[in-house]
Design a protein around this ligand. Structure first.
Ligand code: NAP
Length: 176
């Protein structure tokens, strides 16, 4: 006989994808999600740095539920892997935090063509592809997250030239 107690909460704990989660702002953002009981898919390029970040979160936060996905975001496959990791491990993805990126702390006129290419790859293409993968997964269901992170079902599809999700601060909704 099963003594399992049904989960009384109307929604499972939300799942947030945090890109650039191996350091700085992304790592701090992941810590906030985990501390409030959400689950996290943590992205970054360097596998070891990413593992160390996840280990530190698990040490700091009892019960922290986090999965890592290492990869270059300019590769569209990385966005898909982040989303699918959330689906496989947690059964859902609810929030996308497009944090990964870079900038040059130097005068504008000194930025080199190589640096511009790296910025565009990480900041533009990376954001574009992971958001596309996220929205592809979200759209068929008009997926929902509880309360403050709740998306509303979307009535418009973003265009290729102007993907609204890029302007949502990665919120899983388009009604606001
Ligand atoms: N810190 C600031 O004062 C400041 C100010 C304005 C805006 N921002 C922006 O806020 C974001 C986070 O800043 P931060 O200072 O916390 O950065 P950070 O400590 O340098 O961390 C950047 C994170 O993004 C990942 N990343 C960078 N390029 C990537 C790529 N092409 N593909 C996949 N992952 C990539 C890094 O992974 P690896 O470590 O594995 O490379 C790392 O996890 C950045 O977008 C930055 O431009 C920061």
């Amino acid at each position: 006989m099963s003594h399992a107690v049904p989960d009384p909460s109307p929604h499972p704990r939300p799942v947030a994808i945090v890109t650039g989660g191996s350091s700085g702002i992304g790592l701090a953002t992941a810590r906030v999600f985990l501390a409030r009981g959400d689950r996290v898919v943590l992205g970054g390029r360097d596998t070891e740095r990413l593992s160390r970040a996840a280990e530190s979160l698990i040490r700091e936060i009892p019960g922290a539920d986090v999965v890592t996905v290492a990869g270059e975001l300019a590769d569209p496959a990385t966005g898909t892997r982040l989303v699918e990791a959330g689906r496989e491990r947690f059964g859902q993805v609810d929030v996308l935090v497009n944090n990964a990126g870079m900038f040059a702390p130097k005068p504008f006129v000194e930025v080199t063509p190589e640096e511009v290419e790296r910025f565009v790859a990480a900041n533009l293409l990376g954001t574009y592809w992971v958001t596309q993968a996220f929205v592809r997964r979200l759209w068929p269901t008009g997926a929902g997250a509880p309360s403050s992170t709740s998306p509303r079902p979307c009535s418009r599809t973003p265009s290729a030239a102007s993907p609204r999700p890029l302007h949502w601060s990665a919120r899983a909704g388009c009604g606001r």
